[in-house]
Design a binder for this molecule. Sequence first.
Ligand code: AKG
Length: 252
Amino acid sequence: MPAGTVPARAALALGLAGVVLVLAAAAAAARRRAPAADGAVFCDAGGVLSRGPRAGMSPRLLHAAPPVAAFDDFLDGATCRRLIALAEPRFERSHVEGRAHAERTVSDERTSDSAMLHEPPASTDPAVLATLERAARLLDAPVSHLEPLQVVRYRPGQRFGVHHDSFADVRLGEGQRVATLFVYLNDAQPEAATEFPRLGLAVSPRAGTAVYWCNLRADGAIDDRAQHAGRAPRGGVKYGLNVWLREKPYGR
Ligand SMILES: O=C(O)CCC(=O)C(=O)O
């Protein structure tokens, strides 16, 4: 059939539309991976998985899509013990955050204790600075995009029910929590797992292991599959550490 006939033009148009779609998808993916002009960062699981070994941390893929990875050698024992020691005198009843970060309330859904390491001398302790630097290296983000470290403690029966780390309504300059690194600071009972009910995944707490996941989809929408819970130990105590990556620099 000669070029220029109606079916040929239709095929050409379809082909062009396909190319445009592929290019648009590639451009969108690149926009989400590269730091934006305003310094915003996004979750990049592929980058984290390949960067880990270069930064001396071996990933264990716990779930493929969406990716959830464990880095068993994220923190050494001495750093874990130092972070617990810094947190002990600072623990208070944990809060849950409302639709935006500023709204904080006590809830039966979160009965653990939390300690913020956001003020000197804790915030300038070498263990805190080294942990922030290590997380920033793994995430390939500036330390300024990390929230101050938050240590959590669960005594027997204390728990954090199923929740999501990102906010339904983000009005603050630091933007959304795009990714979470949750680090176990001690070996706790397997019952005290971090559970992802939508993924059929439960991670047992082992000292020094960091679990990484994205809270948002590639288009920036909240990824419901990242819902998770901190289960209660039946005996002993579980210590963990939240390292949250924000889209934009976090106001300290
Ligand atoms: O305790 C856990 O295993 C998870 C903790 C958690 O999800 C949180 O503190 O936001």
